[in-house]
Design a protein around this ligand. Structure first.
Ligand code: MG
Length: 456
């Protein structure tokens, strides 16, 4: 399933991001609005996460879109998946002002296509060309677009998630939510309450200074969540990144659940009910494939990036394939019956559904999963591509996959080597069910790598 990644100059895998006032300016965002409005006509929805710069940049993108003739509907502050859901059902496109998990000084723009997916590489390259050549379809006075607001429409998204599972599925279950002062402060507590759960929350006041923890829901920031889970006797705690397309969990003892385990647990639950294809990037743990195969399902691998996963899922379904689930090993999970994008609120709902059906607490469900050992390392090199080609040559007797970077499979051990898109280093991960095998393969690869580094 090799999808060639086109060279983009401005946009990364998840939109364009930068430091506010430095490389992320109203000027740039106005240009993005003008370019998008020149490519996509009709009604465009705009949303933002809780960053201090959100309102200013949302106004800039709206100005560009309206000047290009689009009728803009400002949906206010909401999670990225909520805007994607609204666009899929009601709009001709969308622009989300967000920097996802990045620190408070960052912001950015993510473009949403009419089907609710993020804009793909081909269209993004065309959008960038318009920005750089200032090729904008600016309208005269009688064709300038209108602007309206619709901040209550986010309720459609929360209601749809609540309706996607049996009524009151979370009754008798206590849960804790940590939206990190991000956009899900408005949505995930409401969703979980709607499922019948008793909901406790922390960092659930919207605040672009992110006083409780950084927008990235990493272990160091989740002490408040884990303490509250323990003191309230809750079944689990869930935390989101700033725009809530991702969800991570702690179990009833406050133990952080590694995101590949989270993915595997949900895959196990879904495939048990309905076996089929699960789509994920080549970077995901073999644990996921193991759980899917246990139920007779298959895994389709894509390049790294949720957009590739989402679009592959959609394309396979259009071809009549039975795609049941997809996602990344970072807490970004995609439920195709709901929509083709990562959705943190839906992921939290799925955890309620899993535990409602289980006689065991979350910690036991996690402990039952097979164990895999992963080694990760970042290697500095002036020539990432040369290093990767040398490794491919050194490992040519093993199975080589070029879906993204270089994936080498040696028996039951695999390694993925990928260049950084912007900096002089490669990332390498090696995984095996046996810790010794992973370590041995790591040393073998490092021997090959040191030959290249020495010759630099
Ligand atoms: Mg995000």
């Amino acid at each position: 399933m090799a999808a060639e990644k086109l060279q983009k100059r401005l946009f990364g895998t998840n939109g364009v991001r930068g430091i506010v006032g430095k490389d992320m300016t109203p000027d740039l965002v106005l240009s993005i609005g003008l370019a998008l409005g020149s490519m996509r006509k009709g009604r465009i929805a705009v949303g933002r996460d809780s960053r201090t710069s959100g309102e200013s940049l949302a106004n800039a993108v709206k100005a560009g879109l309206m000047a290009a003739g689009c009728n803009v509907v400002d949906c206010g502050m909401l999670p990225t998946p909520a805007l994607q859901y609204l666009v899929m059902h009601h709009f001709d496109g969308g622009a989300m002002i967000t920097a996802s998990h990045n620190p408070p000084e960052y912001n950015g723009v993510k473009i949403i296509e009419p089907d609710g997916t993020e804009m793909g590489d081909e269209q993004t390259v065309l959008l960038e060309e318009r920005i750089f050549s200032r090729d904008f379809d600016v309208q005269s006075w009688e064709h300038v677009g209108s602007g309206t607001t619709a901040s209550q429409r986010v309720d459609e998204y929360t209601d749809a998630i609540i309706r996607s599972v049996p009524e009151n599925i979370g009754r008798d279950m206590s849960v804790v939510v940590d939206p990190g002062c991000g956009a899900a402060s408005f949505t995930t507590p409401k969703i979980l309450t709607g499922l019948g759960c008793r909901v406790f929350s922390i960092n659930a006041q919207v605040d672009g200074h992110f006083p409780g923890r950084l927008p990235e829901p990493s272990l160091d920031g989740l002490k408040g969540l884990t303490d509250l889970v323990r003191s309230t006797g809750s079944a689990f705690g869930v935390a989101h990144d700033g725009d809530a397309d991702r969800a991570v969990f702690v179990d009833e003892n406050g133990r952080f659940i590694e995101e590949n385990q989270e993915f595997a647990l949900v895959a196990d639950y879904i495939c048990k009910e309905r076996c089929g294809i699960v789509v994920t990037p080549v970077s995901s743990s073999l644990l996921v494939e193991t759980m899917v195969k246990k139920h007779g399902g298959t895994v389709v691998y894509t390049p790294v990036g949720s957009i590739y996963v989402a679009r592959t899922m959609r394309d396979l379904i259009e071809k009549g394939e039975n795609v049941v689930f997809g996602g990344e090993g970072n807490g970004g999970l995609i439920f195709p019956a709901h929509q083709f994008c990562r959705d943190g609120g839906m992921t939290a709902t799925m955890m309620v559904a899993i535990l409602a059906r289980s006689d065991l607490p979350l910690s036991r469900l996690i402990d039952q999963l097979p164990v895999f050992h992963m080694i990760k390392e970042k290697i500095h090199t002036a020539h990432p591509e040369r290093l990767i080609e040398h490794l491919a040559d050194s490992c040519k007797t093993y199975h080589i996959d070029r879906t993204d970077g270089l994936r080498i499979t040696k028996g039951d051990t695999w390694a993925l080597v990928r260049p950084s898109g912007t900096e002089p280093f490669v990332r390498i991960s090696i995984e095996s069910a046996l810790a010794d095998s992973a370590r041995q393969f790591y040393h073998e690869l490092m021997d090959y790598i040191s030959q290249v580094i020495k010759s630099e």
